[in-house]
Design a binder for this molecule. Structure first.
Ligand SMILES: NC(=O)c1ccc[n+]([C@@H]2O[C@H](COP(=O)([O-])OP(=O)(O)OC[C@H]3O[C@@H](n4cnc5c(N)ncnc54)[C@H](OP(=O)(O)O)[C@@H]3O)[C@@H](O)[C@H]2O)c1
Length: 223
């Protein structure tokens, strides 16, 4: 149960918003950071600016995940950050529902599943699922239906996965708060760096840190 000297972190949706701030923050802490991006040209430009690497990763195309992970090598820290906020009615827009579930639930599950053998072999890993208070039953599953359902499912996955991962691998979910990104809008209260703080903290937890929890501002919140 020993942390690799220079852990490799994969941040999905690392080209902008909270993901970019997470990637930059982990890089500052000495991690090798790879951002997963849909537009590789744009992603490589961002990667150059913050001193990380970029790989092409479309979370709606699970058939490519294996090859992407092989290209990176073992992932020690998996940051399931990418998200979409589709504000349509779930009954009228099944495509929006499926996209939400694919990007924010299915893809994180597949990425965890495919990263797990490496983490198991070294009995060390950190998995962070960037969720939302809108996925919390306790907070009323606010926000658009498909978004809340996908985030609630991601929360359930976080809790249930603890049983199936070895003790050295920690998995937690977090809510970044309301953050000034394309998703959060210009009027949001937090900067991307402030929104990234709890995710970075969870990615860099020491051995006695928590697992199977849901956090905001580094404090536990209810599911
Ligand atoms: N902002 C907030 O107030 C807030 C609040 C609670 C939770 N969150 C969560 O925080 C996370 C980051 O959100 P953000 O605010 O930084 O949003 P954002 O600025 O809209 O960024 C979303 C990121 O997800 C990527 N993405 C979307 N669909 C993808 C796909 N199919 N494959 C790969 N990447 C995909 C986007 O890539 P492209 O550039 O290619 O589109 C982008 O990098 C999300 O999970 C979100 O639900 C945000």
């Amino acid at each position: 149960m020993t942390r690799p000297a220079t852990p490799t972190a994969l941040v999905t949706g690392g080209n902008r918003g909270i993901g970019r701030a997470i990637a930059a923050g982990l890089r500052t802490q000495g991690y090798r950071v790879v951002i997963g991006v849909r537009d590789l040209t744009e992603g490589q430009a961002v990667a150059g600016e913050i001193g990380v690497e970029a790989v092409h990763l479309d979370l709606q195309d699970p058939s490519t995940f294996d090859a992407v992970l092989a290209e990176i090598g073992g992932v020690d820290v998996l940051m399931n950050n990418a998200g979409v906020l589709i504000e349509t009615n779930m009954i009228d827009d099944p495509e929006g529902f499926h996209t939400s579930v694919d990007v924010m639930f299915r893809a994180p599950y597949e990425m965890i599943r495919l990263c797990a053998p490496h983490m198991r072999a070294q009995n060390w890993g950190r998995i962070v699922n960037v969720s939302s208070g809108w996925g919390s039953f306790d907070e009323g599953l606010g926000g658009p239906g498909a978004y809340g359902v996908a985030k609630a499912a991601l929360n359930a996955l976080t809790l249930a996965m603890v049983r199936d991962l070895p003790a050295g691998v920690k998995i937690n979910a977090m809510c970044p708060g309301w953050v000034r990104t394309r998703m959060g809008g210009a009027g949001a209260s937090l900067s991307p760096e402030e929104g990234a703080d709890t995710a970075i903290w969870l990615a860099t937890l020491p051995e006695d840190g928590p697992t199977g929890g849901f956090f905001r501002r580094r404090a536990p919140i209810a599911w």
